[in-house]
Design a binder for this molecule. Sequence first.
Ligand SMILES: [Zn+2]
Length: 299
Amino acid sequence: MFGYKRHVPDLSSPSYPDIRLSTLSGFAWPDGKSCGVTIGWHVDGEAGPIGWDRGAVEHMTAISEAAYGITTAMPRILALHRDLEVPATFFVPAHVGERHPAMIDAILADGHEIAHHGYMHENLFGMPAEDQQAVFEHATAVLERLTGRTPRGWSAPGWGVDARTLEVMAALGFTYDASLMEHDTPHLVETARGSLIELPTSMVLDDWALFGGSLYPAGSAVTAPAEDARRIWLEEFTGLRRYGGLFHTTFHPNLMGRPGRLLMLEQLLTEMRACDDVWWGTCEAAADHALTFAASGQS
Ligand SMILES: [Zn+2]
């Protein structure tokens, strides 16, 4: 029999982090376009399971499933982007770049952006600021060595972000974050240590919600028909065109690069490409547009 445990309510007002999200008044997309599309990929690879638990490195099923996204899926994902002339931003944990340097070269050869996604896909929420900074600096150094460029943006592994994360990124000179979910359009994140452009994302456009799963330490998976995803994402695209927002995706190559789902994505992107009122670009280009808009004193 369950005993009743008295729960004392805390009626004090909580103290929110000192972070300010400010929309850009009158924000508009370039050339009078109705909305923006940035196709973001989280190329977690082996860093997904290993970042969660180092012991996963010996789990052959989990590691092979993670590697599927890199070795099997990425070549056809890049071919799809090439065929449809769709720019993309690949958020790559630096360890995955170290392990698969040819993939990095292939992404860059096609003109796409490579952005920061931790070293081993660290979830930074609650981590001391100096440790967060160490993760950012180490992974940046590795990506600079592999790509010859400094990554300008980051998206949060496991959606783990706290005020320290945003402060550290601003202090290190990052241009943008792509993790927060309050607004529809690119906006400003102001911290005590500087500001960033925020490219808002949403769980609606995260394939993990429909197709995600893990194999380590025990198997679990969610799987929906690809057609469900196509319908949800097309609905969201239609809504964002109407309201002028950013359609920013979080796709994982090991999930979305499965053959059936990639055919669905080809169909979806083809439908979206047929709309001539849409701005397409990398996250970097979207952030630069927002920066220019903010600097011009808005409208
Ligand atoms: Zn990730």
